[in-house]
Design a binder for this molecule. Structure first.
Ligand SMILES: Cc1cc2nc3c(=O)[nH]c(=O)nc-3n(C[C@H](O)[C@H](O)[C@H](O)COP(=O)(O)OP(=O)(O)OC[C@H]3O[C@@H](n4cnc5c(N)ncnc54)[C@H](O)[C@@H]3O)c2cc1C
Length: 479
């Protein structure tokens, strides 16, 4: 339900619909490719007020609120921002979201809240994502948020994985007074928000500030600990944890299964992004070396990860950066906005092209990619036209560095090392109840990409929060 009901607002909707729209201001491409800083120029208080005043306050429940996977009360936040009541606006987001300053930046808003804004019919949507960032950043600077905690429960919960799912589950559990320890195989918390999504989309400072809030509320982080190998879930129970949440994501890069895939100069997307974007002090020991980049870089794939790799390669200093994709632009799964930014920054696209072999030069490193031209055939089961090779069309592209951005698979280790934990599809964890994330093992819950397959920060966050509440209820039932 909206906290500020639209029927009480004396507003002239017609006047609001016709207010001029000013899109997000971005730093110029030639400036932004020289650093890893945020591309978007943040709103100031005046700009935020003007943008929020474009909201026409649809009747409850507003479409933006429905489209938001965590159902943020966006109209009320817009009203409060318009009144310059920024702290109260930030509080609205805290009610339903554990990572509002992050979702405000990385959610695909054009498909969610902004995509459902009724202004789209004749006009441009309210820039709800950037307004969310503004309210939260204002709060951090002026009146920092603190997690509200009840009295200590005396119960300990282990969270495996410090990505959006694990952190959000921990956030809820801390609020209920439980002791939370988060284990992660990486040296620092954040999951893909740190070891994946580049800084120019999501400054790592936003993730670490969020972690700071949780640490202040008592959360403990144990890094460099690979559960399933160094310690099992059964051992965690033996150590006195009363419940476990698994939020391990899908950390295995998909392979191409073509010759030359292991040549020096051929990178997996996550490996490349981690080496290229993360500060050395929080890099895993085996990833401390920066990517060895040549001048000609090819990124293979058509999703958002491909755009992130293209834009990272440009920032590291590659001269010619191109994306190789086996279908046409129309079939590309990645967002248009990110693709446009990659283009503006200098990336080129080569469609209907499929690599068939990576070729080494005399020094043993990658020198070229042999490709075949493709054409679109019949639609597949999902309705997307299948790419079909054009016989005899093989050709080579001179390339120094190739980055494979083809998708992700789950890591099966937790399933293999945990008796009676049901898994499916090569390692995704089976949940018995989507509302709670309860697994086949009592006291073990799961959420995020490790349950659904690769998805979004916001969906992982929602599942972590649901499991946090479910674990609290489970712990109460043990009393
Ligand atoms: C390059 C890239 C860009 C993306 N961009 C966006 C974007 O712009 N917007 C968006 O909404 N989404 C984006 N995503 C998707 C989003 O990052 C994920 O959907 C989200 O992070 C999933 O959250 P999670 O908590 O389930 O898993 P993750 O974020 O993957 O976190 C899982 C954590 O578990 C740890 N772990 C794994 N196995 C173990 C183990 N056995 N023991 C201990 N720790 C373990 C990992 O080290 C990791 O820290 C992007 C993904 C990638 C790869």
């Amino acid at each position: 339900m909206q906290a500020v009901p639209s029927e009480f607002l004396a507003i002239d909707r017609k006047e609001r619909v016709n207010k001029p729209f000013h899109d997000l201001s971005l730093r110029q491409p030639e400036e932004r490719v020289c650093d890893f800083d945020d591309v978007v120029i943040a709103f100031d208080a005046e700009r935020a007020k003007v943008e929020a005043s474009r909201c026409i306050h649809c009747p409850d429940p507003a479409p933006c609120m429905v489209a938001c996977p965590t159902h943020n009360d966006i109209p009320s936040a817009m009203w409060l921002i318009e009144q310059k009541r920024f702290k109260e606006a930030a509080q609205i987001y805290h009610q339903t979201s554990s990572l509002p300053e992050i979702c405000g930046r990385v959610c695909p808003h054009e498909q969610l809240c902004q995509g459902s804004c009724v202004l789209n019919k004749h006009h441009q949507p309210v820039l709800t994502g950037q307004l969310e960032v503004f309210a939260l950043e204002w709060e951090r600077k002026n009146d920092p948020y603190q997690i509200n905690k009840t009295a200590p429960s005396g119960k300990k919960v282990a969270v495996i994985g410090a990505g959006p799912a694990g952190l959000s589950c921990a956030h809820i559990l801390l609020g209920h007074g439980h002791e939370v320890t988060i284990f992660d195989s990486k040296p620092a918390p954040g999951g893909l928000m740190v070891y994946g999504i580049p800084n120019f989309k999501l400054p790592k400072s936003a993730v670490f500030s969020k972690w700071g809030d949780m640490e202040s509320a008592g959360a403990k982080f144990v890094g460099n600990t690979y559960i399933g190998k160094e310690k099992t879930i059964d051992q965690l129970f033996e150590e006195g944890f009363s419940a476990v949440f698994i939020g391990i994501g899908t950390g295995i890069d998909a392979k191409m299964e073509i010759p030359g895939e292991d040549l020096p100069g051929v990178y997996e997307a996550t490996d490349f992004l981690i080496r290229g974007n993360v500060k050395t002090d929080i890099l895993p020991d085996d990833k401390k070396e920066r990517p060895q980049m040549g001048n000609r870089v090819a990124v293979i794939g058509g999703g958002d990860t491909a755009s992130d790799c293209l834009r990272t390669a440009l920032r590291i200093g590659a001269e010619e950066v191109s994306c190789i994709y086996r279908r046409t632009e129309k079939e590309m799964p990645g967002g248009k906005k990110d693709r446009q930014m990659a283009r503006d920054e200098g990336a080129h696209y080569r469609f209907l092209t499929q690599p068939v072999q990576f070729i080494a030069g005399s020094d043993g490193r990658l020198a070229a990619i042999e490709c075949v031209e493709m054409k679109l055939g019949e639609p597949d089961a999902k309705g997307r036209r299948k790419p079909v090779p054009v016989e005899g069309s093989n050709f080579s592209i001179a390339t120094d560095t190739a980055i494979k951005a083809l998708g992700y698979w789950p890591d099966p280790i937790i399933g293999k090392s945990t008796p009676n934990l049901e898994i499916h599809d090569w390692g995704l964890i089976t949940v018995m109840d989507n509302k709670t994330g309860a697994t086949s093992r009592p006291g073990v819950f799961a959420g995020g990409d490790g349950v659904t397959g690769p998805d979004l920060v916001v969906t992982a966050m929602v599942s972590g929060r649901k499991s946090g509440e479910a674990i609290h209820n489970y712990l109460e039932s043990l009393k």
